[in-house]
Structure formats: C-alpha cells, structure tokens
Design a protein around this ligand. Structure first.
Ligand code: FES
Ligand code: FES
Length: 160
C-alpha cells in the first residue's frame, strides 16, 4: 500500500491505496464520487474525465498514486452550492444530454478546451471533444451546449 495525499473537489484526503488502483476507482469506491462514471475502463469513451491539476484526464487511465500531491476536480465539485456551474446549466438548457452517461466527461473536457480556446468554433469543439463518446449520439446539442457555456462563462454573445 502507498500513502497518497490528494485534493478532490476542494477537500484534502490522505489515503492508503494499492499501487494498481485506478484514479476512477479511488474516486468512486473510496470517496463516493459516483458522479464520475465508468463507460469503458479502457480509456476510449471519456466518461470518466476529470480535471487533474487543471487539465482533463481520463481517470481510468491514471493511477491513484499518480494523483499524489495533485488537485482533482470532478463534476461533483463544479456547482457552487445549489447554483450550477454555467457549463452545467448550458447542458441543461440546450438539451446537451439524453441518458446523461457521457455528460460529466463532456463537461469536464469542455472546461479543459475552454482554457486554451475560450470562444471555440463548432469545429474546435468537435475536435476538442473527440476523445469523448456519446452513445446516444447527441453531438449537435452537445456542441451547442459548449458554445453556450463558453458564452455564459465569458459574458460574450455566441458568434455564428
Ligand atoms: S471509462 Fe475512462 S475513458 Fe471510458
Ligand atoms: S447522453 Fe447518453 S451517452 Fe451521451
């Protein structure tokens, strides 16, 4: 067992973990962060995406020990109390989800994308989210949601 110290959604944890434990299992099974789903376990679908030290990471492709000393943000850490994060609200208002399984990963990946490109074009969004799969194939509304989320986060109007 290895002792790790990691901050998750603003709370510091110190835990003993097996070296082979995946970060997604640590989040879900140890910390109860079940808002981060597992879609494939083979780093293909992106459902498990979180921000690790501010950048998106597929948490099924990261060992918990690799997050030692790190700062993890999951979908559960986005809202401010009862107030949704603008990107969460955008997905709701633009119907960017159907079954919702891919949604946490889509939102976290979108936030990572906006760090490099705060006003992404539709093409940039499709390219930036290509590692995230939606089995309900609602990509049009997902793209629209990200555009609206980007606008709401910056106070800009969406450009055509
Ligand atoms: S569960 Fe991690 S990429 Fe699918
Ligand atoms: S909304 Fe069902 S997988 Fe994307």
């Amino acid at each position: 067992m290895t002792r790790i110290t990691v901050t998750v959604d603003g709370v510091a944890y110190e835990e003993e973990v097996e070296p082979r434990l995946l970060l997604v299992h640590f989040l879900r099974d140890r910390l109860g962060k079940v808002g981060t789903p597992i879609g494939c376990d083979t780093s293909n679908c992106g459902a498990c995406t979180v921000l690790l030290d501010g950048r998106s990471a597929k948490s099924c492709a990261v060992l918990a020990v690799q997050a030692d000393g790190g700062d993890v943000l999951t979908i559960e850490g986005l809202a401010d109390g009862d107030t949704w994060h603008p990107m969460q609200r955008a997905f709701h208002e633009e119907h960017g989800l159907q079954c919702g399984y891919c949604t946490p990963g889509m939102i976290m990946a979108a936030l990572d994308l906006l760090k490099d490109d705060p006003d992404p074009s539709e093409e940039a969004i499709r390219s930036g989210l290509e590692g995230n799969l939606c089995r309900c194939t609602g990509y049009t509304n997902i793209v629209r949601s990200v555009r609206r989320g980007a606008r709401d986060m910056s106070g800009r109007e969406v450009t055509p």
